[in-house]
Design a protein around this ligand. Structure first.
Ligand code: PEP
Length: 255
């Protein structure tokens, strides 16, 4: 696929997979994907499986991501995990502000931006998630909602850090529901985000930022979505829990 930016496809395993199951899944993926170089591939297991998965992907082209992290470097924050703790497992990416964290753990744009700064300070690349609810889409306020989330979640990031940030547009109504945004709906929002980035930074920074689409991405819809000019990858939930479907999604986007 002829793209301006290298595609990045990440699997968000959410709160699934024991250590043994994670080992099986990554081994199966490595068999299927060992020769893939043209797409950046990332798996985001739960914290408890990072150590195991990290060992399996040494010297392979699959990279490790975490699903969240604390904004604090260390201290009395029971239950939290810091950037440095993730780095011990060679984690390279961290998902921030996933809609489930916004919805169930009250994460705000302001908190996401503080976490994004902490991630960059530790040389972790944030994958910042934004997306409107069904109610917001039906009210016709999708673009305003996305603009508020992008501006708030990237607050204070300079152009170099912005260019090294991945955005994931994930309409909340499409996550885990089997409903995918149409390619036109997705492309429209992605183009809006890129115009917004150009106004927040400049054209060249906006051209560098990779914007993933997430929301019921499957082997049968991935290629069409990825062929849109402003869609630069996917954040995959359900379909990343099985090696076959995740590998098919990636392979379907190769030339
Ligand atoms: C996600 O949780 O980021 C996601 C996109 O999930 P799903 O692919 O299951 O809709």
């Amino acid at each position: 696929m002829n793209k301006d930016r290298k595609l990045i496809i990440a699997g968000n395993w959410k709160m699934n997979k024991t250590v043994a199951e994670a080992a099986d899944l990554i081994d199966a993926l490595l068999i299927d994907l060992k020769d893939v170089k043209e797409i950046d591939m990332v798996v985001c297991p739960p914290f408890t499986a990072l150590g195991e998965v990290s060992k399996h992907i040494l010297s392979t082209s699959i990279r490790l991501g975490a699903q969240n992290m604390s904004q604090h470097p260390s201290g009395a924050y029971t239950g939290e995990v810091s950037a440095m703790m993730l780095k011990e497992f060679s984690v390279r990416y961290v998902i921030l502000g996933h809609s489930e964290r916004r919805q169930y753990f009250n994460e705000t744009d302001a908190l996401v931006s503080v976490k994004a700064h902490a991630a960059h300070a530790a040389a972790l690349r944030p994958i910042i998630c934004v997306g409107e609810t069904l109610e917001e889409r039906e009210k016709g306020v999708t673009e305003e909602i996305i603009e508020t989330q992008v501006r708030g979640s990237m607050d204070g990031l300079d152009a170099a850090k912005a260019a090294d940030t991945i955005l994931a547009y994930e309409p909340v109504w499409a996550i885990g529901t089997g409903k995918t945004a149409s390619t036109e709906q997705a492309q429209e929002v992605h183009a809006h985000i890129r115009r917004l980035l150009a106004s927040m930074y400049d054209e060249s920074t906006a051209r560098l930022v990779r914007i993933q689409y997430g929301g019921s991405v499957k082997p049968n819809n991935a290629r069409e979505l990825m062929s849109q000019p402003d869609i630069d990858g996917a954040l995959v939930g359900g379909a990343s829990l099985e090696a076959r479907s995740f590998a098919q999604i990636i392979k379907s986007c190769l030339d």
